[in-house]
Write a protein that binds this ligand. Sequence first.
Ligand SMILES: [Zn+2]
Length: 68
Amino acid sequence: MTGDDDPTVPIVCEECDTRTRVPLSELAGLLDRHNETRHDGAEVAGVEPELADRIADLAAEEMGLLDE
Ligand SMILES: [Zn+2]
């Protein structure tokens, strides 16, 4: 914890062999720009898959989809 209230999200680009963390508020813009400039708009870079799964789980929980 840094005391910064903008959470960071790990992103991965396997083609560039890049792993970095970006502020959540800039995530979409940074991914767009990376994919646009490096990969002709292909969605190569993205949120780290493990985290993306967790976010999906959390979102599902939030919506009550996992409530059986
Ligand atoms: Zn890339």
